[in-house]
Design a protein. Sequence first.
Length: 145
Amino acid sequence: MKGISSIITSVILIAVAVTVVGIYSGWAPEYAESFTEQAVENMESEMNCENANFRIDRAEYSETDRTVETDITNTGTITFQEDVYLYLMSSSTTVINEDSISRLEVDGTRTTEIDVDTNQDDPEKLVATSQQCPEMEETIDVNTD
């Protein structure tokens, strides 16, 4: 009986090993491919962001209209495909209002108006950030003359 027990144990151990290898061989290539694709996308995004830049040319506040008109220029070498977000800030660093620009071409300038609610403080700063390159941020003082 001892000889048969060791054979049965060996067969069960081999069956478990084959099952584990079968499961792993079906899952691992898909995981590796997905992981590799994500790594390549991240590298491409980082490389593109090295060549990305924008500048806030002006931020003019009209107390009469309660709006801030601003110009933003893409000074980099890539088009911003995703949103560039604009945040109007008060002196207490509270966000008064926000807006976004959906596409900013290379060497392109976009003008936008951002409303300021009558119950809000006057804006002091305009901050621009990019969804495509989150580490980018540009700030300018709002001209209230």
